[in-house]
Design a protein. Structure first.
Length: 314
C-alpha cells in the first residue's frame, strides 16, 4: 500500500500490522455493537455532574473527547475496530449539556450563558480518569478536543501517557463575537449541520458526512457556541507549548487536508513548537476524521497507537 509521504516514518510499524478492517455500514438485525454505556457522578468545580460515557475494548485506557456541540457517538467507528479494541480500552464521554450528559441538578444553569472554560475542559477528563482508576491513560480529542489534548499535555503530563490531537493548533484566530449566528432564534439548528458539512472532505462517504452533520443539527442550540468560547477565546498555547515535555507525555498531532479551521499549517506550527512531538497531514479527510471517513483515518491512527503500545511495553 502506498502510504502518504507524511507518515513514511511510521512505515516499519505499518508493515507489521494486519490490514485495517473497515467499519460495516449495515449489520444483520439483532446485532449488538461493541460499546456499553453508563453514567458516573463527578464532582467538578464543587458541583455534581452526571456524566455519560461508552466504552469497549481492553488494554491501555484511552479517553475520547468529541468536538464542539457534538457528543461521543462521533467515535462509534473506532469501537468496532478490533485492531484498536484488542489493545485499547476506549472510553468516549459526553460533556455536560451534550448527548446523554444532562445539565447538573441544583444550580439555575438556565439563568446563565453556557460557556466551556479551559479549567472545566481540563478538569473533566482528569477527574474521570482518576475516578475510573485509569493508569496513565491516552487522551484523544478532535477540534475542541484536539486543543484540549495539547492543553492536557502541558498541564497534566504525569497523568496521561500520550495525547493525540486531531485538528489541533496553538491558537485559533477568531472573534467569539462574530459567531453569534450559531445561536439565534432566526437561525435553524439545521444551519449548524450544513456549516459542518463544509468542513469535511468531498471525498468522505456521503452517509458518514450526513451523519456527522446530523449530530450538530440535533444538539442543544447554546452548546456549540458555548464550546467555542474555549476553542477561540480561552485557549492559547503559543507561550506554553515549548514547555511541554514529550519525555513525560507523548504528543501526536494529525490535521485533515480539507479542514479550514484546524488547518495543516496550524498543526505543523504546533508540532514545531513542541519538541519531540509528531505531525502528519491526512489526505481525504476534513475536520472530523473519525466520523466522516473512519477508514481513511485509521491509516494514520493505527501507526500512532502502535507507537503508544511500544512506549508502554504493551
Amino acid at each position: 500500500m502506498d502510504y502518504p509521504e507524511a507518515i513514511r516514518a511510521f512505515e516499519p510499524a505499518l508493515a507489521s500490522m494486519p490490514a485495517v478492517t473497515p467499519p460495516q455500514a449495515a449489520k444483520p438485525s439483532g446485532t449488538f455493537d461493541s460499546p456499553v454505556g453508563r453514567y458516573v457522578h463527578l464532582e467538578i468545580e464543587n458541583q455534581d455532574y452526571r456524566i455519560y460515557f461508552e466504552e469497549a475494548g481492553s488494554g491501555i485506557p484511552m479517553l475520547l473527547q468529541h468536538t464542539a456541540g457534538a457528543h461521543g457517538a462521533q467515535w462509534r467507528h473506532l469501537f468496532e475496530c478490533r485492531e484498536i479494541t484488542d489493545h485499547f480500552r476506549l472510553i468516549a464521554y459526553d460533556l455536560p449539556f451534550h448527548g446523554k450528559s444532562l445539565p447538573p441538578v441544583g444550580p439555575k444553569w438556565w439563568a446563565e450563558e453556557y460557556r466551556l472554560t479551559a479549567s472545566f475542559a481540563r478538569a473533566l477528563p482528569v477527574t474521570l480518569a482518576r475516578t475510573l482508576g485509569l493508569h496513565r491513560p491516552v487522551f484523544m480529542g478532535c477540534s475542541v478536543g484536539g486543543l484540549l489534548a495539547l492543553d492536557l499535555a502541558r498541564h497534566h503530563p504525569d497523568l496521561f501517557s500520550a495525547v493525540i490531537s486531531l485538528e489541533g493548533a496553538l491558537k485559533i484566530e477568531a472573534a467569539i463575537s462574530d459567531l453569534g449566528r450559531l445561536w439565534h432564534p432566526q437561525v435553524s439548528n439545521e444551519y449548524k449541520g450544513r456549516l459542518m458539512n463544509g468542513l469535511m472532505s468531498p471525498t468522505s462517504p456521503e452517509a458518514y458526512r450526513k451523519e456527522t452533520s446530523q449530530v450538530y443539527a440535533s444538539g442543544w442550540p447554546p452548546a456549540f457556541l458555548g464550546d467555542l468560547h474555549y476553542y477561540v477565546a480561552d485557549y492559547d498555547l503559543r507561550e506554553e507549548a515549548s514547555k511541554i515535555d514529550t519525555n513525560r507525555v507523548a504528543v501526536h498531532i494529525l490535521s485533515g487536508e480539507y479542514d479550514p479551521s484546524g488547518t495543516m499549517e496550524r498543526g505543523q506550527a504546533a508540532q514545531a513548537a513542541i519538541a519531540g512531538s509528531t505531525w502528519a497531514g491526512m489526505t481525504d479527510v476534513g475536520h472530523f476524521p473519525m466520523s466522516e471517513n473512519p477508514e481513511a483515518f485509521l491509516v494514520y491512527l493505527l501507526p500512532i497507537l502502535e507507537q503508544v503500545r511500544r512506549r508502554q511495553g504493551s
